[in-house]
Design a protein around this ligand. Structure first.
Ligand code: NAI
Ligand code: MG
Length: 368
């Protein structure tokens, strides 16, 4: 078929890894006979400098008109020294909140031939296959501001007692319910277990989260359900990751837990994500697809960025927004094959590995 994809490469390694994801999508297009039309738009620092905003309204409109959005990363450039009032990270808030992408799906499935790349013992890792469902448009990232306010103003204030800063963790029962439903629906297609992660011993928002979660769980008697405190979850993820199926949690908790979980898969450069809401397109659901990592200024421009997280994000794009399941599976199989053949990027360097740069890794996967 014919599909349009908005591409937002962004800053740092964003463009480097996004280019390889596009190469792989082009390989899929020619192998399966599809046409992907890309609309490239500025986001992050380049957008601030050229258009005065981290993402312009015109670019948001292009996103809305397309079948899916492929995103690289924004922020963290040394050259960006606060010359502008707008922060590049605001692009993320504007996209997520503006397009109502409230559910962020982050699968963690270490490849068998990569178990030795993780600092965790292989016998602990083997069989790990979990999905973190991170709430993306509420919680500690957004405070009390009403949509469509992108992000929140700086809340550091000078007072007579010195500087004070405030962040607000606010959830409505409706916001909690819809993300819990995403988790339970996902679990039905998987191992039928949901772990709801909160801090209900301390936070009121978590007490409400638990109440709503219990209510939603009653609608899914076929799914095993448990609560876990976030600090304990951080420990159990390392101790016995195979115990988990679907983890559903607050925005910041999900951010932190998935950076941790990335090391189960060997590297930050391995984990993809999909951000979904309720918007429909001609082919399915509008979604935004991006690696879980950021712009990695420490390795930008050195060919060291692992493009696999971006490439697997493209696979999720095919599956969730375009409904192209075998094409998505083909990408996953290609990644697995190339890793099994011993090819690695710098972040996964091991003894005996054939280390490739970003572009070479992208080409290998596209060819496979
Ligand atoms: P980061 O995720 O960019 O990097 C953390 C570490 O992982 C670094 O050592 C980096 O070299 C490594 N790494 C990340 N991606 C990699 C890849 N594909 N291959 C190999 N190694 C990789 O997080 P950091 O350094 O804390 O943040 C840098 C900037 O990125 C900040 O401005 C932050 O706000 C922004 N950021 C943006 C995100 C987004 O656009 N969605 C998400 C997370 C952070
Ligand atoms: Mg993160």
């Amino acid at each position: 078929g014919n599909y349009t994809i908005t591409v937002l490469p962004g800053d740092g390694i964003g463009p480097e890894v996004t280019n390889e994801a596009i190469n792989v999508l082009n390989a899929v297009a020619s192998r399966f006979g599809h046409t992907f039309t890309y609309h490239k738009r500025l986001v992050g620092v380049a957008a601030i400098e050229a258009e005065g905003d981290a993402i312009s309204d015109a670019s948001l409109e292009v996103c809305l008109q397309s079948d899916a959005i492929l995103f690289g990363a924004v922020g963290g450039l040394a050259s960006y020294d606060g010359r502008h009032k707008v922060k590049p990270e605001q692009a993320l808030f504007k996209l997520r909140k503006g397009l109502q992408f409230f559910a962020n799906l982050r699968p963690v499935k270490p490849l068998n031939s990569l178990l030795s790349a993780s600092p965790i013992k292989s016998e602990v890792l083997r069989g790990t296959d979990l999905l973190v469902v991170r709430e993306l448009t509420g919680g500690l990232y957004y405070g009390h501001l009403e949509p469509p306010v992108p992000g929140k103003p700086s809340e550091i204030r000078q007072t007579e007692q010195g500087a004070v800063a405030i962040d607000t963790l606010l959830y409505s029962d409706a916001e909690i319910e819809r993300i819990l439903r995403v988790a339970f629906e996902a679990a039905r297609d998987r191992k039928k277990k949901v772990t709801s992660v909160d801090k209900a011993n301390v936070l009121s928002s978590s007490v409400l989260w638990r109440q709503v979660a219990n209510r939603v769980a009653a609608d899914y008697p076929d799914v095993t359900f448990e609560h876990l405190l976030v600090d304990a979850c951080a420990m159990h993820l390392i101790r016995k990751p195979t115990n988990f199926d679907v983890i559903v949690t607050e925005n910041l908790f999900g951010d932190i837990l998935t950076d941790e979980a990335s090391m189960l898969a060997g590297s930050m450069g391995m984990l993809p994500s999909a951000s979904l809401g309720t918007r429909k397109t001609a082919h399915g659901r509008l979604g935004l697809y991006e690696p879980i990592h950021g712009s990695a200024p420490d390795i930008t421009g050195q060919g060291k960025a692992n493009p696999i997280a971006a490439i697997l994000s493209a696979a999720m794009l095919l599956q969730y927004s375009l409904g192209l399941k075998s094409e998505a599976a083909a990408i996953e199989a290609a990644v697995e094959q190339v890793i099994q053949e011993g090819y690695r990027t710098e972040d996964l360097r091991e003894e005996g590995a054939k280390v490739l740069n970003t572009q070479e890794m992208g080409q290998k996967i596209a060819a496979a």
